[in-house]
Design a protein around this ligand. Structure first.
Ligand code: IPE
Ligand code: IPE
Ligand code: MG
Length: 244
């Protein structure tokens, strides 16, 4: 059995904050606050363990459908957390990148995102990608729009449209594909996360609610990844007998 090394890129749907709070008879807001603490721990763990890219789904393009109060609370928590954490992230060598449609966000949040990316742009320890107002459908649409614009300007012809070209126009351009996808909270669905990018990603689902997801939980997921054989269409024998 060929073992995988440590995943380079881990993408996580951080689900279950609301249920974590409900179980404790607390308001959902406290679940989201507890979720932020889990983010801090997982980011630190990824830095220490040499993970290159961590992508976290923070707010989906469908999450606007939640009650107004919860959406406002999430926006406020997002701004507060970014403002509070950015210097520590910077000190720890974390490079921040945001993916998603920012145009819908309050101005202060947009400014904080730009400032966070600028401050950390030369860091190399971990790239932390925050998916905010992100949807896989949105990502593909915006990629197609820029490709079509270039075609209209005569910069590209039809034959130039390859999977690699689409990759280069997605919001994740330049990042390695996710090796490991984790969803906490027990649901086994992708919920419009990285639809194109997950083509060959190893999927891992756990019933652990996001605020309870800790270093041990992450190691369990990484160990599950390491024990799998990634075949990318080949036979198992081709992978086992591959010369080093
Ligand atoms: C994930 O937790 C956080 C966001 C979507 C912002 P949820 O809020 O979806 O938690 P559950 O699924 O209701 O438990
Ligand atoms: C997915 O969680 C989005 C985030 C974690 C940000 P949801 O809780 O919104 O997913 P669904 O709606 O249950 O699929
Ligand atoms: Mg949920």
């Amino acid at each position: 059995m060929v073992e995988n090394g440590t995943p380079k890129h881990i993408a996580i749907i951080m689900d279950g904050n609301g249920r974590w709070a409900q179980k404790r008879l607390l308001p959902r807001a406290l679940g989201h606050q507890a979720g932020v603490k889990a983010v801090r721990k997982i980011v630190e763990h990824c830095v220490k363990n040499g993970i290159e890219v961590l992508t976290l789904f923070a707010f989906s393009s469908e999450n606007w459908r939640r009650p107004k109060e919860e959406v406002s609370l999430l926006m406020a928590l997002f701004i507060k957390t970014l403002q509070k954490e950015i210097d520590t992230l910077d000190k720890n060598g974390v490079r921040m990148r945001f993916i998603g449609d920012r145009t819908a966000f309050p101005e202060l949040l947009r400014e904080t995102m730009v400032a966070g990316e600028a401050q950390t742009k030369n860091n190399t320890a971990l790239t932390l990608v925050i998916a905010a107002n992100y949807g896989g459908h949105w990502d593909m649409c915006q990629a197609f729009q820029s490709v079509i614009e270039k075609m209209a300007a005569g910069e590209l012809n039809k034959q130039a449209i390859t999977p690699q070209l689409i990759d280069e126009h997605l919001s994740t351009a330049g990042l390695p594909e996710p090796d490991l996808f984790i969803r906490t909270g027990g649901e086994q669905r992708v919920s419009n996360f990285l639809l194109w990018q997950l083509a060959y990603t190893e999927l891992y689902f756990t019933t652990t609610l996001w605020p309870d997801f800790d270093q041990i939980s992450l190691n369990d997921a990484i160990n599950s990844f390491k024990s799998r054989q990634r075949r990318f269409g080949h036979t198992g024998e081709q992978i086992t007998n591959k010369p080093d």
